[in-house]
Design a protein around this ligand. Structure first.
Ligand SMILES: C[S@@+](CC[C@H](N)C(=O)[O-])C[C@H]1O[C@@H](n2cnc3c(N)ncnc32)[C@H](O)[C@@H]1O
Length: 239
């Protein structure tokens, strides 16, 4: 599907709305979409691709389908598929059991908002990427309408209140708790951080799902915190 386009954004949105009922359809579509985004900068065939925080492995499977040597690094056993595929490693993204420069592509989708120290996490992604290799990182920022995850959009009224409301309404324990496994990451501070780093060039900084001019919104201070939804960064490791 053409990216950006209204058709693509609507398809992703519809899949996302049906994520609970049909997770495979939603994540397979998202994985194909993300792989297409990577392939705009580097063909995946024959490449070593490391998926950090890859959960149940939809992205790694798509990279492999395209000929990459895909490896999944995930610290939480409960997030892995019942039968994790070949190349799955139980490991934390802060300390990847990989040699420096081992990966052609280091990939992370929707993990950065779940770590307490995103800069150290990013540094480890950069470390394992070879010079000239790519780092793909996307995250939902805190002030995004989806920033509170399952308790969104009530997080605008406060995390604890939103969480309590979710539990009262659904009778289920919320998966996320602010400061434990969800953090208030911003678009502006993250962009300033990656632009100031001497070890990467920013190839793309865009709203991951926007149907039009996805590079424009993340450039507007203030507005970008609410309207970007999900920031996608594609970085190239400097020599
Ligand atoms: C919202 S899920 C995203 C899963 C998948 N990447 C996707 O986009 O569908 C967040 C994932 O980040 C993982 N995660 C959290 N902290 C991590 C860390 N320190 N290192 C690596 N992964 C981490 C979680 O276990 C979980 O699988």
């Amino acid at each position: 599907m053409k990216d950006p386009s209204l058709r693509r954004s609507l398809a992703l949105f519809r899949a996302f709305m049906r994520e609970q009922a049909d997770p495979a359809a939603a994540y397979e579509l998202l994985a194909r979409d993300a792989a297409d985004q990577v392939e705009r900068y580097m063909k995946l065939d024959g490449r070593i691709v490391v998926d950090v925080g890859g959960g149940s492995g939809y992205f790694t499977r798509e990279f492999r389908r395209r000929g990459a040597r895909g490896y999944l690094f995930e610290p939480d056993l409960a997030e892995l598929a019942a039968k994790p595929g070949e190349g799955t490693v139980l490991a934390d993204g802060y300390l990847l059991p990989l040699a420096t420069g081992a990966a052609d592509v280091c990939f992370s989708s929707n993990v950065l908002e779940h770590v307490a120290d995103p800069r150290t996490f990013l540094s480890e992604m950069v470390r394992v990427t070879r010079p000239g290799g790519l780092i793909y990182v996307s995250f939902t920022n805190w002030l995004s309408p989806w920033g509170g995850h399952e308790w969104a959009p009530w997080h605008y009224l406060g995390a604890e209140r939103a969480r309590a409301r979710f539990e009262r309404r659904t009778g289920r324990a919320a998966k996320h708790r602010l400061g434990e496994n969800l953090f208030t990451i911003g678009v502006g501070p993250t962009l300033r951080h990656v632009r100031a780093r001497g070890d990467v060039d920013v190839l793309s900084a865009r709203s991951r799902y926007w149907p039009v001019l996805p590079e424009i919104v993340p450039r507007v201070p203030g507005l970008r915190e609410f309207a970007t939804w999900n920031l996608l960064l594609i970085l190239r490791r400097c020599p």
